[in-house]
Design a protein around this ligand. Structure first.
Ligand code: THU
Length: 132
């Protein structure tokens, strides 16, 4: 991932956060992912009156990437309009692992702090099934 690729993800994640549907938490999240072929997909959190049906920005971005033809994810960028960055929840880490075992995960916010991890460090020894 070079600087230009991160910057494209940043732009896409920020645009996605503006489309978050979060009337219950008032906590918008935007995410953009880069697939192995360089394609970018983005997503926002979409909440539901039945709270457990809420879907996180990260999962929405990844599912969109896969539905659009991506087969692997190399980078994930999460943006929240908060003073400090937030990292993907446990469920989203598991979904990232499915397609991006070697992915880089970056979290940015409106403050100057930025976090970056290898997915492996966010989800050590994550559950996987052997594939045919
Ligand atoms: N949320 C995300 O979109 N991604 C995360 O990694 C954590 C939480 C959303 C879910 C819910 O709409 C709001 O943030 C508050 O939890």
């Amino acid at each position: 991932m070079n600087k230009a690729s991160w910057s494209r993800l940043e732009q896409a994640a920020k645009a996605a956060s503006a489309r978050a549907y979060c009337p219950y938490s008032r906590f918008p999240v935007g995410c953009a992912v880069m697939s192995g072929d360089g394609t970018i997909a983005s997503g926002c959190n979409v909440e539901n009156a039945s709270f457990g049906l809420t879907s996180c920005a990260e999962r929405n971005a990844i599912f969109r990437a896969i539905a659009d033809g991506a087969t692997s994810i190399v980078a994930v960028l999460v943006y929240t309009p908060t003073p400090a960055p937030v990292t993907p929840c446990g469920a989203c880490r598991q979904v990232i692992a499915e397609f991006g075992g070697d992915a880089r995960v970056r979290a940015i916010c409106d403050g100057s702090d930025m976090l970056e991890y290898a997915l492996r460090d966010l989800l050590p020894d994550g559950f996987m099934l052997a594939r045919e």
